[in-house]
Design a protein. Structure first.
Length: 370
């Protein structure tokens, strides 16, 4: 799987006509920016580079807050809260996605612009954030506002929610928690607490009891899917597929299936899900990591190694690729390659010799020396 070639931006400047009286014709600011694959992809690549260079500001400021505010203006509770200090704080926190992505990268993950496409006259960019076998995929819609490109809407795969719906109901949840802490949203807080205490059955029961009142909150589905897996892991896929009847998007279902199948070692199912996801997200080399994971969990160490080696050629050597290589070399008892890969820990991850030694003794020593 090859990385898509980076696209070079070409700015198209509108010609300014000069009248007989030597007066310049008035030009609207929006005419200076042409929305097309080149300009929108260049915008996305700038965001990617900023995040990878530890700068969250460009992504944080990429959202058209005016347009998004207009989209949620029918919610009087949310709209009126924007006149309060706490409401303004909740609002600002919803646009710190760049901070989240930078944190994931700094914790050994990766961030990537994976696809541009145009649909129904709108220009889309897809970003993928990865960390610790977790995946977040955002599909954003870009337009021109105040002479610059801005994100006006989006779709969050993991939550099966539009960007504006997520912001609206995150705001509503926080507001209700502050103004009516014993109200309906308290059940979400209780469920989260139960899950954190490993009481998943009680959490699942609570969420189902109040499902009709809570299902508009994307946070509900985040908790529900976790509780479903922890309560009935053997029926997780069946339960996940049933969510389609409630409007859960196929892209969301596929994302959660990928995480499940890869970690369960179901190689065939993982491949099938990846093939379907590529149609939506573009061909992302992170899928090699998940396919490698499924092969490793299934005991196909040579196949897993091939996946990890190819992933390492097409992605930064993030922690999970590096660790996956070590696991495969250990299982295949390839001490030379194992030692070569271990040696990268200091330069890539800043590990000390004592930390490297401790990791080897804890996770690999019995296998690599047998």
């Amino acid at each position: 799987m090859n990385l898509a070639q980076k696209i070079i931006i070409t700015l198209v400047i509108c010609t300014i006509a000069v009248a007989c009286g030597h007066k310049k014709q008035t030009e609207t600011p929006e005419e200076s920016i042409i929305l097309n694959e080149e300009t929108v992809s260049a915008f996305a690549l700038k965001i990617e580079n900023a995040v990878l260079n530890d700068n969250p500001v460009m992504l944080n400021q990429a959202f058209d807050e005016v347009a998004i505010r207009d989209s949620i203006s029918s919610n009087s509770i949310v709209l009126s809260s924007l006149d309060t200090d706490f409401g303004k704080t909740f609002w600002r926190e919803n646009f710190k996605i760049g901070n989240y992505c930078v944190t994931m990268v700094n914790q050994g993950g990766d961030f990537k612009f994976t696809r541009y496409y145009e649909k129904d006259g709108e220009h889309h960019i897809v970003f993928r954030t990865y960390c610790d076998y977790g995946l977040r995929i955002d599909d954003y819609v870009v337009h021109v506002a105040d002479s610059v490109l801005k994100i006006k809407e989006g779709f969050i795969y993991n939550l099966s929610s539009s960007l504006t719906h997520q912001i609206e109901y995150d705001m509503l949840y926080r507001i209700m928690q502050r103004t009516d802490p014993e109200g309906i949203t308290s059940h979400l807080t209780q469920a989260a607490d139960l899950l954190d205490r490993d009481e998943s059955k009680q959490a699942f029961r609570l969420l189902n009891e109040h499902r009709a009142m809570l299902k508009e909150y994307p946070y509900f589905w985040q908790l529900y899917i976790r509780a479903l897996f922890e309560t009935v892991p053997g029926k997780f896929i069946e339960g996940l597929e049933q969510l389609a009847d409630e409007g859960f998007d196929e892209r969301a279902i596929l994302t959660h299936k990928l995480l499940y199948f890869a970690n369960m070692g179901d190689v065939k199912a993982t491949e099938e899900v990846i093939t379907k996801l590529i149609d939506y997200t573009g061909d992302d080399p992170i899928y090699l990591l998940f396919y490698g994971r499924s092969n490793y969990m299934a005991g196909y160490y040579k196949d897993a190694l091939t996946c990890y080696e190819n992933a390492a050629q097409n992605l930064p050597l993030i922690w999970d690729i590096w660790y996956g290589l070590l696991e495969c070399y250990a299982e295949l008892n390839d001490k030379a390659k194992f030692d070569q890969t271990v040696a990268l820990a200091e330069s890539n991850f800043g590990m000390t010799q004592d930390e490297i030694k401790e990791l080897i003794e804890k996770d690999f020593l019995p296998k690599i020396t047998r």
